[in-house]
Design a protein around this ligand. Structure first.
Ligand code: HAM
Length: 431
């Protein structure tokens, strides 16, 4: 009987897993050097956790379930932020501040599978809580940029698009959207790239905008401003500079951290999740053709909402699927991401064969990634080909010599004779 895997999920064969590890290793390495500590939570939560403040979009995509005869509804995690907020709220008094956490959960969303969108994916989360001021926002952006830079991405490949929910709210209110319709207007803005223009206009009119104002609204959303040019942004939207104070602070920090050239202001960014409170940002491929590579922002009320103290919070999530598409499209996939064996042991005589297993056991016990041939051939050419094929750094050739072996560096072709008992030491010194 053949049973297909669920749609929108992936199997990870060794090559796929090596690629996945290449990404997650880099996520971990970069998070740690920026001072973030790794955390995790349950793969499923009580359904209510997501109903509180994630917003209708995500709730409609939940994989939720109830046990037979059970009374509690659960859901597979579609995002990590509610879990993180619950965890911080639980131990808020004893946690050292600021809280700087990262995590790499697999998440499930019942979305229609398409390019960049699956039903199970990995998402790197970086969050900074308990620190007042815009340095926190800037530091999370720095981590994302530093990661992308490390993998070869440049400011020409991607843009960090920054916005502020209060600034967009002010524009909307000035245009005539009622306060109680603001969240709906944010959701509409967030979905506008996925909608036909007429549908967008119709929905905007329902929120109280006439045709002329929809136009102005569209214009405001379409304008892009470089960092360092918030003055022109204010002029264009007719807003006093006082109203973009937080963006100005952030702008200064982005310059101080040397990442301003990666960033721009884009008031069309509002984010679909309901808990964001201030600065919001997304990282997009420069042409804007793909869905966002990462998204995040401030959620200053969420810890309090989950029973903790009032605490400033900001962070982002970056998905592995969109990231892989970007790296593939830009030719940034290294040739070999699987771990290379340190040594490949081959025997070219009967006497040599007898020494293979004890040597392999010794090398592995001493921490070396050692492989050997399962073939019975003694043909040196074929065995060396196998060693090269495995991408091993060294080949160790066992022949009739009683106490020594030939150790060949497969990158430089240099070959030396080494005492059998000394091979592990030699490799450790020369790897
Ligand atoms: P989000 O915008 O829902 O934010 O997701 C962030 C990123 O996760 C997206 O930009 C995308 O790369 C990836 N992603 C989302 N859904 C899918 C999917 N179905 N398939 C593949 N990739 C996907 C959040 O989840 C927030 N909780 C992030 C956050 C952390 N905000 C503050 N801290």
């Amino acid at each position: 009987m053949k049973i297909e895997k669920p749609k929108g999920t992936r199997d990870f064969y060794p090559q796929d897993m090596a690629w996945q590890n290449y990404i997650t290793d880099a996520w971990r390495r970069v998070s740690i050097r920026h001072g973030f500590e790794e955390v995790d939570g349950p793969i499923f939560e009580k359904l209510d956790l997501y109903k509180v403040k994630s917003g209708d979009g995500i709730v409609s995509e939940l994989f939720s379930f109830r046990r037979e005869n059970g009374t509690t509804d659960f859901a597979l995690r579609p995002e990590f932020t509610p879990t993180l907020a619950r965890m911080v709220a639980d131990k808020a008094n004893s946690l050292p501040k600021p809280v700087k956490w990262f995590t790499i959960p697999n998440l499930c969303r019942a979305e229609r599978p398409q390019r960049g969108r699956l039903r199970e994916f990995l998402q790197w989360n970086v969050d900074l809580l308990g620190l007042e001021g815009e340095l926190a926002d800037a530091e999370t952006i720095l981590v994302a940029v530093d990661f992308l830079r490390e993998l070869g991405v440049t400011p020409e490949h991607v843009r960090v698009k920054i916005s502020h929910r209060d600034v967009v709210r002010n524009i909307l209110i000035k245009l005539g959207v009622a306060e109680e319709n603001i969240l709906d207007a944010f959701n509409l803005l967030d979905r506008r790239d996925k909608m036909e223009v007429e549908d967008f206009e119709k929905a905007a009119m329902k929120l109280g905008l006439d045709e002329h104002r929809v136009q102005r609204f569209q214009e405001a959303c379409r304008s892009r401003y470089r960092t360092g040019s918030l003055g022109s942004l204010c002029k264009a939207i007719g807003m006093p500079e006082e109203d973009v104070k937080e963006l100005q602070e952030l702008d200064d920090k982005l310059h101080a951290l040397g990442i301003a050239e990666w960033c721009e202001y884009d008031l069309g960014i509002v984010r679909g999740l309901a808990y964001y409170t201030g600065v919001v940002y997304e990282i997009h491929e420069s042409s804007g053709a793909e869905r966002a590579l990462a998204g995040g922002g401030r959620y200053d009320n969420l810890i309090n909402l989950f029973g903790g103290p009032k605490m400033p919070a900001v962070g982002f999530g970056m998905g592995d699927v969109v990231l892989s598409n970007l790296l593939r499209d830009k030719g940034l996939i290294p040739e070999n991401v699987a771990p290379r064996p340190d040594v490949y042991v081959i025997a070219v005589s009967d006497a040599g064969s007898e020494k293979v297993l004890p040597l392999i056991a010794d090398l592995r016990a001493k921490g070396l990634h050692a492989r050997f041939s399962y073939k019975t051939t003694k043909n040196m050419g074929r065995l060396l080909k196998e060693a090269v094929g495995s991408k091993a750094k060294f080949a160790c050739i066992l022949d009739d010599a009683e106490a020594t072996a030939q150790v060949k560096n497969l990158d430089t072709q240099e070959q030396v004779e080494v005492g059998i008992d000394e091979i592990a030491k030699y490799l450790h010194e020369n790897l």
